[in-house]
Design a protein around this ligand. Structure first.
Ligand SMILES: NC(=O)c1ccc[n+]([C@@H]2O[C@H](COP(=O)([O-])OP(=O)(O)OC[C@H]3O[C@@H](n4cnc5c(N)ncnc54)[C@H](OP(=O)(O)O)[C@@H]3O)[C@@H](O)[C@H]2O)c1
Length: 266
């Protein structure tokens, strides 16, 4: 039975992924910090499937020791990890100088290093078995820098570079690395984020309706099935991913004008 480990599996996109794999009869390990949220996720998944096929671990991905030990316990419970999805992530929008150094670092520690720590915990085993799939969850803000998202964009851009370099190392050993760039998605994080999203960012990003977490999860899981490296959502992010270096000077020119107009109207 496939063993899927999902960091950030207690909420939002991670929980939707867990629902998806539960419907396929996989064994699922969920990792996040808040135990009651994990237990609630366990209860929801147990209703629609096999409770014995769900394992939860409370751990902070930013702490390499904690996440390593937690993933080792998941593998003891359900066997080697076949699929790792690093979905744990946080966002705290705000102008660069308004975000405290602690809050800035926390986003990098969670989104970037938290993903790397989780990958390190399963990678050697996958290489040895010459099998395994790893999906790193970046963001649309990992394709273009967004006003008010310096820490978040930095962490999500860096994940792309990490994924690209690791992909070429892992491929000869039968391990497939992927990275996805979700758009705005209806999740608890998105609701919290909107309260702090600067007006400039809201104008730049436009009024595109957010995706549902089930739609995002379904696309991620199908991309893992097909061994796709990069996963985009919607034609705008696809075009940005494929033709970003050509399109970004024009987009940034347009963004700058919009930001100036907002500044003048204040
Ligand atoms: N929603 C969007 O619009 C959107 C768009 C693009 C990309 N994304 C990315 O998609 C991923 C999931 O986001 P979401 O919107 O589904 O968020 P969410 O509903 O807030 O879920 C985040 C999950 O990550 C866990 N988590 C956060 N910090 C953690 C830490 N230090 N250690 C372990 N687990 C941690 C949370 O549980 P605890 O807090 O209990 O630890 C929770 O399970 C994130 O990487 C996010 O950046 C989201």
């Amino acid at each position: 039975m496939t063993h899927v480990i999902i960091t950030g599996g207690s909420s939002g996109i991670g929980l939707a992924l867990a629902r998806f794999y539960a419907s396929r009869g996989a064994r699922i390990s969920l990792l996040a910090r808040t135990l009651p949220l994990l237990e609630a996720a366990h209860a929801v998944l147990a209703k629609s499937g096999n409770a014995d096929a769900i394992h939860v671990e409370s751990a902070d991905v930013a702490d390499e020791g904690q996440i390593g030990a937690a993933i080792a316990r998941c593998e003891e419970a359900f066997g080697p990890c076949d699929i790792l999805i690093t979905c744990a992530g946080i966002v705290q929008p705000g102008l660069f100088e308004a975000v405290s150094p602690d809050a800035f670092n926390r986003q990098l520690q969670t989104n970037l290093f938290g993903s790397i720590h989780a990958v390190r915990s399963v990678y050697a085993g996958m290489k040895q078995r010459r099998a395994g799939r790893i999906m790193l969850v970046s963001s649309g803000a990992g394709l273009i820098g967004i006003y008010g998202y310096t820490a978040y964009s930095a962490s999500k851009f860096a994940l792309h570079g990490f994924a690209e370099a690791l992909r070429s190392e892992a491929r000869p050993h039968g391990v497939k690395i992927s990275v996805c760039f979700p758009p705005d998605t209806e999740t608890p994080q998105f609701i919290r984020e909107l309260e702090h999203r600067p007006l400039e960012a809201a104008v730049i990003m436009g009024r595109v309706a957010p995706w549902t977490s089930d739609a995002v999860a379904g696309r991620i899981a199908r991309a893992i099935d097909r061994g796709r490296f990069e996963v985009f959502f919607g034609w705008t992010l696809w075009a940005l991913g494929r033709f970003g270096s050509t399109a970004k000077p024009f987009l940034n020119w347009w963004f700058d004008r919009a930001i100036l107009r907002i500044g003048r109207s204040r």
